[in-house]
Design a binder for this molecule. Structure first.
Ligand SMILES: [Ca+2]
Length: 180
């Protein structure tokens, strides 16, 4: 039992923190550009910056709404809920799949974000706004998903990301030492 406990501690020390607003249950789909605004204090105490390691995105290909392309640009931007997209930190060409997660490893790219940032599906490669992103069915208290018609209030996009836990802790500790 003791060994298991130590092993679990070691695992959690190197674990990544997952940031997400959705409840994991698909309900709707969204076509057109789609983005989620992340506010890091929703997930852990204030940190001046964190490093992103991975992005997870879910899409839904409904038979009544065929996609003209599965390709889109994943973009990560700095910016908050008032400034919106400020500075582009990442862009990569990705391929959506129906109803299963696509995982994009960005751990080697040194993507450091502040307290607010955006994950955007840019679908300028499509004439119809495809591929369609997946939304949950539980309305958020504070909207974090943004679509072609503005803030989405019916649910949350299933766009998630992972941050390096060590980068959060070291920076939080640094901030504490400055205050006290
Ligand atoms: Ca929700």
């Amino acid at each position: 039992m003791k060994y298991l406990f130590v092993a679990l501690c070691l695992f959690s020390m190197t674990n990544a923190v997952e940031l997400f607003y959705d409840d994991g249950t698909p309900q709707w789909l969204s076509y057109g550009n789609a983005a989620v605004w992340f506010y890091t204090e929703d997930f852990f105490p204030p940190a001046s910056s964190i490093q992103l390691t991975e992005v997870e995105m879910w899409f839904y290909h409904h038979s009544s709404y065929p996609w003209d392309t599965s390709e889109f640009y994943l973009e990560i931007w700095s910016g908050d809920d008032e400034t919106f997209l400020e500075e582009q930190l990442h862009q990569s060409l990705e391929t959506a799949v129906h109803y299963s997660p696509i995982l994009i490893d960005v751990s080697q790219e040194n993507i450091t974000v502040g307290s607010d940032f955006w994950i955007l599906e840019n679908n300028e490669l499509s004439a119809g706004g495809w591929p369609s992103a997946m939304l949950d069915g539980s309305p958020p208290a504070v909207p974090h998903s943004y679509g072609s018609e503005g803030w989405i209030t019916a649910g949350d996009l299933l766009f998630r990301c992972f941050a390096d836990e060590m980068s959060i802790e070291s920076i939080s500790w640094g901030a504490l030492k400055t205050i006290f």
